[in-house]
Design a binder for this molecule. Sequence first.
Ligand SMILES: C=CC1=C(C)c2cc3[nH]c(cc4nc(cc5[nH]c(cc1n2)c(C)c5CCC(=O)O)C(CCC(=O)O)=C4C)c(C)c3C=C
Ligand SMILES: [Fe+2]
Length: 450
Amino acid sequence: MATTHTPPEGADAGRTPWWNRPMTRRQMLRTSAAGALGLAVGAAAARIGWGAETRPAGGGTKAEAGSVQVVPFYGEHQAGITTPQQAHLVLAAYDVLTTRAGELKDLLRAWTEAAARMTQGQPLPASSSLTALPPADTGEALGLPPARLTLTFGFGPGLFRRDGVDRFGLASRRPNTLQDIPPMPREALDPAWCGGDLLIQACADDPQVAFHAVRNLTRAAAGAAAIRWMQRGFLGMPGAGGGDGGGGTAGAAAGSADRNQTPRNLFGFKDGTANRSVLTDAGLRQHVWVGPSDGPAWMRGGTYLAVRHIRMHLEVWDRTSLDDQEQTFGRRKDSGAPFGASDEFDPVDPARLPQDAHVRLARGDGSIQLLRRGYSYVAGIDPKTGLLDAGLCFLSFQRDLQRQFVPVLRRLQEQDALNEYTEHFGSAVFAIPPGTQPGSFVGEGLFGTL
Ligand SMILES: C=CC1=C(C)c2cc3[nH]c(cc4nc(cc5[nH]c(cc1n2)c(C)c5CCC(=O)O)C(CCC(=O)O)=C4C)c(C)c3C=C
Ligand SMILES: [Fe+2]
């Protein structure tokens, strides 16, 4: 339900950023007083010195002895897509509450400026020296290393039109491919885990650093956007203590040899092996980045994200024989090798895989590829069943949702042997605009002359 922000009367209204303006009593009740103070950007603040930074192009990081890892925020593409996968995820989708395009732009500007600071290990700058006010930064990341924090922003279909209403005059700028995933035969979706107008993907090697970023960005959004759903995820990172690994996933292109291992999902299988062929310049151009011949110009250099919240029935899986587990995927559990081969990265021979094996169906004829960047989640016990509530926050980046993600998902939903052990309960898609330059804000190109 959209909520209108009432601007204050008076000459100052046009100059005071919306997040510092007074709120109506109703808005005050909706949001926390601390959050309403939000961010005041641009003020000087002490910079935490994190030592040498390594900044190769393209959003990646490079391990160098003695350096503290910081992932560049500005660049051609947003970070957090090809960045070697960090150990922790906080993924938050937001409903936009304001109906004013100006306030939406103010929010994106504030998010961009805050993200540019936090990803470099800097706290949010104080807007006042008054100790009678809550501090600008919530503080739980002070003294922690930047932990390769990346913040990736996305726009859901609802930003362009929701319930038939073009709230921000953006409807004509929606990319054709940005449409909700059509209903699938085997899903049991909970609306509370679906959709979202805006997305923040925070990834870091420290869970508190990732949470701090989302918490402070959410605080800055008070009155303009509210969290719709949030998922936390993790990956086992060999030898890194939560460090820079992720070799076989989006990290295959970087990382040192001893960390170059593909993480395992909660079914115990290496997950992300096939990303290696996407993570080349040619692979990314072909399968991930929106190119000049694709959708709207404002998306060039961007990509599209598909999110599926998937519960994995671990108790059922754990009673399944090793043979059946391996037949389900079409790969060996210990080595990750495809059937008929000995190494994880040996070529897949589809003829050797059962017809309903996950890899056979996901791969198809090999022409469609996705860049997967999912994370495991554990949310305790399902109070209704007493069973573990755990699974995969499936994330994939692709150049076109309808031509790449939807056909693969449909094939899997119709035939995949894995369906016996999984249940899709949430679904969302987002346009991930290209990277930002200093002085600009994420998605600025979308707004044109608005
Ligand atoms: C719609 C896309 C996909 C969903 C949903 C999905 C769910 C899912 N996958 C695993 C585990 C594995 N997936 C693997 C490979 C693989 N999966 C997809 C797509 C979806 N998976 C693709 C495109 C591929 C690559 C196929 C190929 O080209 O070879 C593998 C094998 C190792 C690997 O390459 O990563 C595993 C293991 C789970 C557990 C899951 C839902 C819970
Ligand atoms: Fe898969």
